[in-house]
Write a protein that binds this ligand. Structure first.
Ligand SMILES: Cc1ncc(COP(=O)(O)O)c(C=O)c1O
Length: 451
């Protein structure tokens, strides 16, 4: 362990909560060097939707390497890229009646966000982009200006420009449709809000605390964008690739976003790969205008193509995600009911769910307790108050049951050591209290919304 403390930058983060040296992983399990097994509910922060080293993906990759397949090619045409694009069109775009173009950006999610923002600005010749409270879009400067978290924004070292911040669905309580506010300020030429190039939004705010918008809110947002000729960017980097029970997280809303960003689980194997999809008429790039050395990772194309053939040729896999999602929701609701004393609540969609534990201290203790019992799970939200379940979508039922049993046992232990729940631990609770005062029968802010 000493080498990490001596040589690795203080910026390291996840490693601090799970101070082990990991060296093997398979499916939903990860093992440390002593052979201790952990169930992985972190899944590379959503980069491992199909688990670790899925055998079908591994075989495709090993065969490709064995055959001296091209590893690096800038953006030259390669057979690996062609096969991936063909599979993407066949299994993803065509069945959804989408004709979006594919732009391969630098390898990580934030690169896709940067490219989408740049293209939206180029098309509209406008500078501002509307982003939402608690949104998370990456750490490079353009994407960081869209990201809401002050801890990360403060690291920028210069003024973050170009975003206009609007309350996300539920931020002002369940009875305020914040798209009406957006419509109003874009209609009123004296609102002081300039017409933006685009709106960028997550349907489920993963890092922001597993806040998710309602289907209706998303439809309204899409309508407002169309009405004002503003481009809609859905950042599906964490919620996409099946996490919510469909390939794209917005599918049930029946909207056709102008842009979609994908990364994380696109390769399915943890290999870096990012793409921006946009409607063909928006493809106004001139050749090489947005460039980069690592655009298109052929190894990632090979495994990404294998995920499409293996999981997305029909609805079976997605249906299994929805089924497991329903089981997770049921279990989390029961845990909240049993131990939360009215303070905890469960939230999320599909296999993207969490428990709001009132404050970061309690959530951190629960996550740590779970770790000692063999479960790796992270927290998210403004104050890290949300226990965030991101298990592989391919998880076997027995491991899913065991993982949630560990969460339940950890919640029980931590709650039993507390004298009482803190009163006003986070902003959300204040909003819930205000909401209850205005609408006595109202559900808490994070009450489950139908999708
Ligand atoms: C919705 C969303 N967008 C963008 C990003 C940035 O992706 P990356 O960390 O790969 O740059 C993330 C990362 O968590 C994300 O969740």
């Amino acid at each position: 362990m000493k080498i990490f403390e001596e040589l690795e930058s203080e910026v390291r983060s996840y490693a601090r909560n799970f101070p082990r040296v990991f060296h093997k992983a398979e499916g939903e399990y990860i093992y440390d060097e002593n052979g201790k097994q952990y169930i992985d509910f972190l899944s590379g922060a959503g980069a491992l939707n199909y688990g670790h080293n899925h055998p079908v993906l591994k075989k495709a990759l090993l065969d490709y390497i064995q055959d001296d397949g091209i590893t690096h090619s800038l953006d030259l045409h390669t057979a690996a890229k062609r096969d991936f694009m063909e599979a993407f069109r066949t299994h993803i775009l065509q069945p959804r009646k989408m004709d979006h173009r594919m732009m391969f950006t630098g390898p990580t999610g934030t690169n896709a966000v940067e490219a989408a923002l740049k293209l939206a600005r180029k098309i509209t010749k406008r500078t501002h982009v509307v982003a939402f409270t608690n949104g998370w879009h990456g750490q490079t400067l353009g994407a960081l200006s869209m990201t809401a978290n002050s801890h990360h924004r403060n690291g920028a070292g210069l003024t973050l420009a170009g975003a206009h911040r609007i309350p996300y669905d539920g931020y002002l309580g369940d009875h305020v449709d914040t798209t009406e506010y957006l419509d109003k300020v874009l209609t009123d030429t004296s609102s002081g809000v300039d017409l933006p190039a685009a709106v960028i939004v997550e349907t489920v705010q993963g890092e922001g605390g597993v806040n998710y918008c309602s289907r209706e809110w998303l439809q309204n947002l899409s309508r407002v964008c169309k009405k004002h000729d503003v481009l809609l960017i859905i950042d599906d980097i964490q919620a996409g690739c099946g996490r919510t029970g469909r390939f794209f997280s917005f599918e049930e809303a029946g909207i056709q976003p102008d842009f979609i960003t994908l990364s994380k689980s696109l390769s399915g194997y943890g290999l870096p790969c990012a793409v921006v999809l946009f409607k063909p008429e928006l493809d106004v790039w001139s050749p090489g205008e947005h460039n980069g050395t690592f655009r298109g990772n052929n190894h990632a194309f090979v495994t990404a193509r294998a995920t499409l053939d293996e999981f997305w040729a029909n609805d079976d896999f997605a249906a299994s995600v929805r089924e497991k999602g329903a089981y997770i929701a049921e279990r989390l609701d029961a845990i909240v009911e049993k131990y939360g004393e009215g303070n905890f609540n469960a939230k999320g969609r599909g296999m993207f769910q969490g428990i709001n534990c009132v404050n970061g201290e309690i959530a951190g203790k629960i996550a740590h307790e779970a770790y000692t019992r063999g479960l790796i799970i992270e927290t998210s939200g403004t104050n890290d108050e949300i226990i965030k379940l991101l298990c592989p979508l391919t998880i076997q039922q027995d491991a899913l049951v065991k993982g949630i049993d560990i969460i339940e046992a950890s919640v029980k232990v931590v709650c039993s050591t507390m004298d009482e729940f803190p009163e006003d631990s986070c902003y959300f609770d204040e909003v819930i209290l205000q909401e209850k005062a205005i609408h006595p029968g109202a559900q808490p802010l994070d009450g489950q919304k139908a999708w």
